[in-house]
Design a protein around this ligand. Sequence first.
Ligand SMILES: *[C@@H]1O[C@H](CO)[C@@H](O)[C@H](O)[C@H]1NC(C)=O
Ligand SMILES: *[C@@H]1O[C@H](CO)[C@@H](O)[C@H](O)[C@H]1NC(C)=O
Ligand SMILES: *[C@@H]1O[C@H](CO)[C@@H](O)[C@H](O)[C@H]1NC(C)=O
Ligand SMILES: *[C@@H]1O[C@H](CO)[C@@H](O)[C@H](O)[C@H]1NC(C)=O
Ligand SMILES: *[C@@H]1O[C@H](CO)[C@@H](O)[C@H](O)[C@H]1NC(C)=O
Ligand SMILES: *[C@@H]1O[C@H](CO)[C@@H](O)[C@H](O)[C@H]1NC(C)=O
Ligand SMILES: *[C@@H]1O[C@H](CO)[C@@H](O)[C@H](O)[C@H]1NC(C)=O
Ligand SMILES: *[C@@H]1O[C@H](CO)[C@@H](O)[C@H](O)[C@H]1NC(C)=O
Ligand SMILES: *[C@@H]1O[C@H](CO)[C@@H](O)[C@H](O)[C@H]1NC(C)=O
Ligand SMILES: *[C@@H]1O[C@H](CO)[C@@H](O)[C@H](O)[C@H]1NC(C)=O
Ligand SMILES: *[C@@H]1O[C@H](CO)[C@@H](O)[C@H](O)[C@H]1NC(C)=O
Ligand SMILES: *[C@@H]1O[C@H](CO)[C@@H](O)[C@H](O)[C@H]1NC(C)=O
Ligand SMILES: [Cu+2]
Length: 554
Amino acid sequence: MERWWFPAMLVVALMLPAAAKGLARHYKFSVVMKNTTKLCASKPIVTVNGKFPGPTLYAREDDTVLVQVVNHVSYNVTIHWHGVRQLRTCWSDGPAYITQCPIRPGQSYVYNFTLTGQRGTLLWHAHITWLRSTLHGAIVILPKRGVPYPFPKPSKEKIIILGEWWKADTELVISQSVQSGLPPNISDAHTINGHPGPFPSCSSQGYTLHVESGKTYLLRIVNAAVNDELFFKIAGHNLTVVEVDASYTKPFSIDTIFIAPGQTTNVLLAAHQSGGTYLMAISPFMDTIVGVDNLTATGIMQYSGTHVSTATVRASIPAINATSVEFSFINSLQSLNSKRYPANVPLAIDHSLLFTMSVGVNPCSTCVNGSKLVAALNNVSFVMPSTDILEAHYHKIRGVYTDNFPGNPPMTFNYTGTPPSNMQTMNGTRVYKLAYNSTVQIVLQGTSIIAPENHPTHLHGFNFFAVGKGLGNYDPNKDPKNFNLVDPVERNTIGVPTGGWTAIRFRADNPGVWFLHCHLEVHTTWGLKMVFIVEDGDGPSESLLPPPSDLPKC
Ligand SMILES: *[C@@H]1O[C@H](CO)[C@@H](O)[C@H](O)[C@H]1NC(C)=O
Ligand SMILES: *[C@@H]1O[C@H](CO)[C@@H](O)[C@H](O)[C@H]1NC(C)=O
Ligand SMILES: *[C@@H]1O[C@H](CO)[C@@H](O)[C@H](O)[C@H]1NC(C)=O
Ligand SMILES: *[C@@H]1O[C@H](CO)[C@@H](O)[C@H](O)[C@H]1NC(C)=O
Ligand SMILES: *[C@@H]1O[C@H](CO)[C@@H](O)[C@H](O)[C@H]1NC(C)=O
Ligand SMILES: *[C@@H]1O[C@H](CO)[C@@H](O)[C@H](O)[C@H]1NC(C)=O
Ligand SMILES: *[C@@H]1O[C@H](CO)[C@@H](O)[C@H](O)[C@H]1NC(C)=O
Ligand SMILES: *[C@@H]1O[C@H](CO)[C@@H](O)[C@H](O)[C@H]1NC(C)=O
Ligand SMILES: *[C@@H]1O[C@H](CO)[C@@H](O)[C@H](O)[C@H]1NC(C)=O
Ligand SMILES: *[C@@H]1O[C@H](CO)[C@@H](O)[C@H](O)[C@H]1NC(C)=O
Ligand SMILES: *[C@@H]1O[C@H](CO)[C@@H](O)[C@H](O)[C@H]1NC(C)=O
Ligand SMILES: *[C@@H]1O[C@H](CO)[C@@H](O)[C@H](O)[C@H]1NC(C)=O
Ligand SMILES: [Cu+2]
């Protein structure tokens, strides 16, 4: 036996560098009110450190990030690190009443998580009521030191954050809607890095992207809008997509990006023109009969040495219902699936789930019409508990949730055909339990209840693979034959086509309480959300850490 001792030591020594820790990055987020002037009107907004959009959080893969959030405003606050996997650190995920109680006025909380196996662009945002309309910013995770991008190194990197702006206080907009039962007022403008661009009856300055001819830029594009899916384009320039949701893709060139709230897209922009100014535009996408803010926000891409007075090269803006433009982008997405960045798609499935997504109407005696708009997954409108589900799960507190979320629709019907006349939903704080390391397929099935609509759906705690999609009703006999199980795109937020379905797969290898919801905030408010509880596995490395001592109390 003796002779094995030495080689074994050697193996341990060789493994050490790979397991080396990254740096600890400390951030302080002071949540404060700040007066802002936009659309020719000044109003106080909730910000982090007085900035809109908020500060960018920079780190490298393997770094531990510590963000002390101090609440100086009169609202309850929580922050979510959208797309960060939070391995064993569910306590730092952020959705209010799901993984933590809110940070109350005057209180603070330290979010503490390690960036494992992820690199790219993500976003952080408030995860309580509608505060994320102004409380958001980018997360940039650089590859480990010495590890190059799997694409040509850009000369410079730029962050482009897309937002949605209301002249009114957004907390008032949503509280009025909840009280009346009617849809919330639509926004008044879209923004690029906080700038709405030329706006009717108000001369506001658009965002300017300064470039030098001959250089290549990596644009880290974040959709932080509240309810609007957006197209993004720059006149005279194609964009090479290299990453979405902090997962590398096979590069492809396209003239218009489609990006839903919560999604991120990295593109290479070659400044191949000799000079001039080129229009940059974001415009909304809505291919159904739902009211939406239809205003385009514009900025310019300006070459150095170009006179500001130079006529800007314009671009054609996609029609608001340009489903074909949406599809040509989505259909081009594939995982890079290289040796270094493989697509580990689960092939055997333990839980095969079908979730219908619908909007409905429930009685409400105090509402304007005696009824209120609601939304549901499998006909269950999720009811927020008054204490967080994670603590209830961890401390085995009864009465906070039930574990009977249905894995299939309680009633089968022609989901995308004539909707049932009864548009009521059930309600409850229902969760679906998963054993550690089990594999899950969810078919997210759109329905035509009230109207078919595109729902960008976000899963916390995991990346998933989008293995298939289609129009109409999912067919469990035919459709899986066309699934891409080799190099499907890997993401954390995915659109479910209007009047269609999307199939996603993931491995439940992260213990905790994980939210799944539509990332159109209006639908989340109405109940289009549910929770997965992933049980601990064997031993500490497969178990949730204990709660931090400063975890806020309800
Ligand atoms: C914002 O401006 C208003 C008047 O325009 C002023 O009363 C208020 O104190 C300001 N608030 C902050 C936080 O600066
Ligand atoms: C962060 O969490 C780790 C456990 O993952 C713990 O060891 C460390 O003490 C925490 N740091 C702070 C500042 O809370
Ligand atoms: C929403 O719109 C209604 C109708 O136009 C208006 O009366 C109300 O004041 C608006 N709410 C807010 C918060 O701006
Ligand atoms: C963008 O790509 C399309 C299709 O590949 C091509 O037809 C077009 O000329 C390109 N436009 C620019 C400005 O490079
Ligand atoms: C945008 O929507 C408004 C109503 O909200 C409508 O009056 C206007 O015609 C629309 N504009 C376009 C270009 O569709
Ligand atoms: C988009 O909307 C326009 C104007 O309402 C309509 O004429 C057109 O048919 C629509 N296109 C599609 C693809 O639905
Ligand atoms: C009340 O409901 C009816 C029928 O659903 C609808 O036509 C009407 O517009 C609603 N009233 C308001 C104020 O929204
Ligand atoms: C469902 O409804 C659609 C649209 O009306 C129709 O085309 C389709 O044939 C229906 N499917 C079934 C199975 O009835
Ligand atoms: C949803 O649940 C409500 C309340 O139980 C019921 O009336 C309705 O028929 C159900 N609808 C569907 C589509 O399952
Ligand atoms: C849940 O449904 C019950 C019965 O339909 C209703 O009385 C209650 O108000 C609903 N709760 C919520 C939060 O919508
Ligand atoms: C999870 O399951 C896969 C496939 O069944 C297996 O290869 C892997 O070792 C398991 N991982 C853990 C941590 O149990
Ligand atoms: C803040 O959260 C606490 C704990 O859930 C709750 O009791 C309180 O009512 C909330 N305050 C506001 C202003 O929403
Ligand atoms: Cu939705």
